[in-house]
Design a protein around this ligand. Structure first.
Ligand code: HH2
Length: 257
């Protein structure tokens, strides 16, 4: 899954793709590099980010979505608002990627009323404050229990099991040690029974390990994506598609024996 943030302030690529033409060109580039899904988002959720208004979110998303709807891959939209979900699904989006796991009013219904796929992500707290001393007794169990409960709620609302993907939400209300434990134990999340999406690309934990700024975290991100794939992740949410594909190709060649 190649990421395109149509925002002025994303931690990873903020401002680079705010102009529709830049976002459209980046989506095409990522497909050329081998992305199987494109994920577009118009609201930064980095720690400390402030929410964007619904009108502004749609004004950023819709022109880009209309232009890339013809690409030969499904388009996912990263949003937490039910009205935005309805609007982008009407414009041909194939997947809703929700960092709030469909907890906003009307969100479950918006997805249930379509046939799109959905990613349910775990986060603790809100972007504004979530990195202020997050605490878990057992992060792997707590995240897994939360996601299983949200997936069950989605299924009860009529979203078929084969439309659902779960995501531990690396960096969303988690310390580096929580993130590393979730990655180390990713198989236990896979065992819950839904495909797992992993998004570690350029995140702060990789910066802490390597001492590098977001733009210099490509090697660390590709390494983290490979480790997630080896532990059973089905979808890798990444900014650097070509490098990730190369790493996966080497791994798969070795495994093919
Ligand atoms: N991470 C970010 C945003 N959306 N969605 C899912 N499912 N999983 C993630 O890990 C995830 C996500 C944050 O990364 P990015 O989009 O690069 O930055 P920003 O939120 O600042 O736009």
């Amino acid at each position: 899954m190649g990421v395109v943030n149509i925002t002025p302030d994303s931690f990873s690529d903020g401002g680079e793709f705010l102009a529709p033409q830049a976002a459209i060109a980046q989506a095409r580039r990522l497909v050329d590099e081998g992305a199987a899904i494109i994920d577009i988002g118009a609201e930064s959720t980095r720690p400390g980010a402030l929410p964007v208004g619904e009108e502004e979110e749609l004004a950023r998303l819709i022109p880009v979505l209309r232009s890339i709807a013809g690409l030969p891959v499904p388009i996912s939209v990263d949003t937490r608002r039910a009205q935005v979900m309805r609007a982008v699904l009407a414009e041909g989006a194939s997947m809703i990627n929700d960092i709030e796991a469909l907890s906003a009013p009307g969100a479950i219904e918006a997805v249930a009323g379509s046939d799109c796929a959905v990613c349910l992500m775990h986060k603790k707290g809100d972007p504004e404050t979530m990195q202020k001393d997050p605490h878990y007794d057992d992060v792997v169990a707590e995240v897994g229990d939360f996601l299983a409960a949200r997936a069950a709620a989605a299924e009860s609302a009529g979203i078929a099991r084969n439309r659902i993907v779960i995501d531990p939400g690396f960096g969303f209300g988690k310390t580096s040690s929580h993130n590393l434990e979730l990655l180390r134990e990713l198989r236990s999340l896979v065992k819950r029974g839904w495909p797992v999406l992993a998004g570690l690309s350029r995140k702060a934990t990789l910066g802490r390990i390597t001492g590098r700024v977001p733009g210099e975290r490509m090697v660390a991100s590709v390494t983290a994506a490979l480790l997630a794939a080896q532990r059973g992740a089905t979808i890798l949410r990444v900014h650097d598609v070509a490098g990730t594909r190369d790493a996966l190709a080497v791994w798969q060649a070795v495994e093919a024996g």
